[in-house]
Each structure stands twice: as C-alpha cells, then as structure tokens.
Design a protein around this ligand. Structure first.
Ligand SMILES: Nc1ncnc2c1ncn2[C@@H]1O[C@H](COP(=O)(O)OP(=O)(O)OP(=O)(O)O)[C@@H](O)[C@H]1O
Length: 442
C-alpha cells in the first residue's frame, strides 16, 4: 500500500474500504480535524438559516426593519436568526458565537440544543452564555469522553487543577479558591479513586500541603506518601489529625487578626502559611462505630470536620471528601458537613437517592444525568456546583504507578509542617527483592 493510501485510510477518507469507520474508531481526533471539521463547517454554513428557522430560533423583524427590507432593499421579509459573530474550530469540535436578536434568550437556544445536534450532525451541542446577548454553541465532532486526553496546555497553576474533560471538549478544573471544599460520590468501581488520583497528580505539582485521611488502612493514599504531609489510616488517628488541623486553623485566624485581614490571601506572601488540602477517602468510615462508647469520639471527629468545613476556607485549608453515599443515615453532622462541600462530582450511583444527595440541590436534570451513567463507562461523572451549573466529565485514565511517580518526583515540594510531624509516616523504602542475590560462580 502506498504512503498516500495509508494516510487516506488513517484519516478516514478511504470511505469505500471502511476507512471512515476505522478512523472514527481508532483516531477520532485525526478523523475530526481532516474530515469531520470541513464537513461540519460546510453543513453549518449551508444550512444555518433554515436550521434556525425550523428549530424555532428566529424572531419576527421589527416594523422598521420589515419596512426597510420590503421598500428599500426590495427583498422578501424573513424572520431574523441570531447573527453568527465568530466560528472557531477546535481539536474536538467547533465553537460558534451567536448574537441573539431581541426576543431570544440563551435558554431558548439551550432548549433546542438536541435539535441542533441532529441538524448539524455532531456528537453534542452545549450552549453557554458568554456575555449578555451572546451565546456560544460548543459542538463536539466525536465522543470526547471515550478516550480522554487533556490538552497539553492544561497545567496546574495557583490553586487550580485540571482534572477531567467535559462533554463539550473544555477542561474541567478544580479551583480551590472559587470552590474551597468538594464532595465526590459514586458506587463501587465508578471511578472515585481515579478522580482523586488525577487531582493528587495535579496538586502534587503545586506549593500546597497534602493531608490524607484514608481509614481503609491507607490502601489508596499510601501511594502518595512522598508528597503527603500527614496520613491517618484509622478513625482514631483521623480524629487526632482533624483536632490538629482545627488547632492550626485557630492559629492561622490569630495570624489574620494580628495583621488585620480576613483572608489568608490578603497576607503578604512571606507571612502566608502554606495552603492545605485535606483528602478524605471513604468518609463513611469516619461515621461508623461498633460500640456505644465509640460514639462520643465519632461525634467529636465529625463536629471538628464540620468546623473545618465552615471556617477553614479563609485560612487556606480545603476539604476534598470522597464516599459512596453521604446522607443523614450516616449519623449526626453528616448533612451539616455535606452542606459545606460546595463542589460536587457524582459518578455512577446505585440509587437515585445518592445522586440526589450530591446534585439534588444543584439541578434536577443533573440528577437524571448522573443516574443514566453507564456501567461500562467508569470515570464518567456529573460535576456541578451549587450555583446551578453542571456538566458531564470524565477523567483521563491513569495508573496508580503514574500517580506514585508524580508524588515521588515532586516530594521536594512537601512543606515542612511541625504540627503534622507526628502524623507523617516514614516514606516506604522499596521492598527488597524476594530472590536471594546471586552468588558469583567461581
Ligand atoms: N476515567 C476513567 N477512564 C477509564 N477507566 C476508568 C476511569 N475511571 C475508572 N476507570 C476504571 O474503573 C476501575 C474502577 O475505578 P476506581 O478504582 O477509581 O473506582 P472507585 O469508585 O474508587 O471504586 P472503589 O469504591 O471500589 O474503590 C479502574 O480500575 C479503572 O480501570
């Protein structure tokens, strides 16, 4: 086969020989940029006006405009469609900025997004308001969540970590300054650990302290040890660690009061304590008790965690909580804690109630979207915040070994925090090979 026909096959142009199917399945990004984009662009340009018309996205012209068209331009008076202001191709689709005519609002376009998706023959269309009077149609040419790759320029910065890709091809970022505390929910094998792994890989590269609470004996978090400032592996230790964090919070507030500011970020840089991200894996373990006498300790731990949730944002301590369920059935303080965790990510769940626990106070459609996540799509989740916005996301697939390697590489960024010293287990030394060393033969 010649080089030329190989290229044709790879890009899908060899339709007759099944090339399109091959390229769509194996290299959707290549297919999109070489074949899909020109086709979609052409279809869009050719059918834009009529599509808007049949989708009900036009308005009647004003009297003056109708008069001018009829009498001066001597043209037929037609309904007015949104004006296309900008068309921008991306590696995953097409972005079109529209100026809405008077009488149309962004929600009208959003309601028609499913019709537009079929009319333009694209994978998905999402509508975002960019400024008053303008919306952006974000079209994706292929299923970007099938095999997720974050764009190269998506790098962690400040306290912002790119963690996943949205359905519309944009990057989903976890911004701790905008949304200080987060909650990740999901059934077994739904992708919670993968989400946390991607988060830790990003956070590890930033000048922050990472604190792990993993009451499953540290099976998840012990991989991140070189980059952790503290790790609690059972509820008792977690209780003491949370107490230490509350004490640190009080000291940081004293520091703010001393300098007459109300936020850590208002302090001069050289006085500013390092931000801390507290990662809690399987939060239900903190609530479980096996005997009555453990209840007092459990209640104290939960209440201290609620205090962190309520106040610690101002002093740069952020919570990242993960669990399978998070309802009032867990025990006292559960709903109070959940209310503080503004950033919500819900993976596949076993029941609608769990989706409602995470997304019910965001949007009813988000709950429906979370309950329809397929079992064969681990890692897909619905991410929302309590401002009402939500989107479907998926993290890139990464291995525990990759996360451990990043934590080792950035171990030098682990801050020296004396108040956490007693919670920092010695970093594990790689195990010795089990086979005895070979003795050189004479
Ligand atoms: N974003 C993803 N892309 C591809 N595969 C994924 C993704 N997320 C998770 N998976 C697959 O799903 C499996 C389960 O994921 P993960 O361990 O993160 O689930 P979990 O919710 O933490 O489960 P558990 O609660 O049992 O610990 C992983 O082994 C991985 O192969």
């Amino acid at each position: 086969m010649s080089d030329w026909s190989l290229w044709l096959e790879a890009t899908g142009a060899l339709a007759g020989a099944g090339g399109v199917g091959y390229a769509k399945a194996r290299a959707p990004r290549v297919y999109w940029s070489t074949v899909g984009l020109p086709l979609t662009w052409g279809r869009f340009a050719w059918s834009y006006r009529s599509t808007m018309d049949v989708c009900g996205l036009t308005v009647q012209p004003t009297g003056l405009r109708a008069f001018m068209t009829r009498n001066l331009a001597r043209r037929e008076v037609r309904p007015v469609a949104p004006k296309v202001r900008r068309i921008r191709p991306t590696s995953t689709g097409l972005r079109v900025t529209l100026r809405l005519p008077a009488g149309l609002e962004p929600v009208d376009v959003a309601v028609s997004s499913e019709r537009l998706r079929h009319a333009f023959g694209v994978q998905s269309v999402t509508v975002a308001e960019t400024k008053p009077g303008y919306v952006e149609l974000r079209m994706t040419g292929y299923d970007v969540l099938r095999r997720v790759r974050l764009p190269r320029k998506a790098r962690p910065r400040d306290l912002v970590v790119p963690v996943a890709l949205r359905e519309d091809g944009t990057v989903f970022e976890r911004d701790y300054r905008k949304m200080p505390h987060g909650l990740t929910l999901g059934a077994n094998s739904s992708g919670k650990s993968m989400y946390q792994r991607n988060l830790v890989m990003g956070l590890a590269k930033l000048p922050v302290g990472l604190v792990g609470i993993d009451c499953k004996r540290g099976v998840e978090h012990s991989r991140y040890l070189p980059r952790l400032s503290a790790l609690a592996t059972d509820p008792d230790m977690a209780g003491r660690l949370i107490d230490a964090l509350v004490l640190e919070m009080s000291e940081r507030f004293d520091l703010l009061a001393l300098h007459g500011v109300s936020d850590l970020w208002d302090l001069p840089e050289k006085l500013r304590p390092v931000p801390l991200v507290v990662l809690v894996d399987e939060v239900a373990e903190l609530f479980f008790v096996t005997s009555k006498k453990e209840e007092a300790a459990r209640d104290r731990t939960v209440m201290q965690l609620v205090r962190l949730g309520q106040m610690a944002r101002a002093v740069g301590i952020y919570l990242e909580v993960c669990g399978q369920r998070f309802g009032s059935d867990l025990g006292r303080g559960a709903t109070a804690l959940r209310a503080q965790l503004t950033g919500r990510v819900v993976h596949r769940v076993n029941d609608k109630q769990t989706a409602e626990m995470g997304l019910g106070d965001i949007a009813p459609e988000a709950v429906v979207s979370a309950t329809s996540i397929r079992v064969d799509r681990p890692g897909v989740a619905v991410a929302g915040d309590t401002s009402g916005g939500w989107s479907r996301i998926r993290t890139p697939e990464t291995t525990p070994a990759q996360a451990a390697a990043v934590c080792r590489e950035y171990a030098h960024l682990t801050p020296d925090l004396p108040f956490l010293a007693s919670f920092r287990p010695p970093v594990a030394i790689p195990p010795m090979p089990t086979t005895p060393p070979s003795v050189p033969q004479p």
